[in-house]
Design a protein around this ligand. Sequence first.
Ligand code: HEM
Length: 148
Amino acid sequence: MFVICIQVTMILYEVLRLYPPSIHFSRKTCKKVLIGDKRYPAGMMIELSVLLMHHDPDIWGSDVHEFKPERFAEGISKASRNSGAFLPFGWGPRICIGQNFALAEAKMAICMILQRFDFVLAPSYTHAPYTVVTLHPMHGAQIRLGLI
Ligand code: HEM
């Protein structure tokens, strides 16, 4: 049961890597700041693209666009060449306070579904992720459920 729970966590992490609901963060500098070797004045808007970081082959490897939950087998810090590159829940003082709740809820929902059903994508499904506030499937995600 413990192994299955770890596998479900790996699958959820890989889904959140490929399709992070929040694809970018915005921050405004309130005073002059130095980030790396660059200086920014006060009042600058800075955009951090989570989507680009999660899809960067220099960070994740040449298989970056493939769905490979096993990359998280040894945890988040060993999944990529940059341990801070996985940001589905943000980072720092404004990190998502609901992340543990969200992951626990997703695991419970998946486990309850898998106890009763198997499922495959319906033929009508078209893969078209797009963003309106959060990233989600443009035409929905139709699945075909089968009673076990
Ligand atoms: C898969 C589910 C979720 C994802 C991907 C997610 C993602 C995020 C991200 C990226 C941020 C930081 C935004 C930023 O830095 O600008 C954030 C903040 C936040 N999230 Fe979530 N979230 C999820 C679920 C939840 C849930 C279930 C709750 C509440 C029960 C929640 C409550 C919050 C709150 C209150 C903040 C603001 C924290 C602050 O500014 O101090 N989130 N979330």
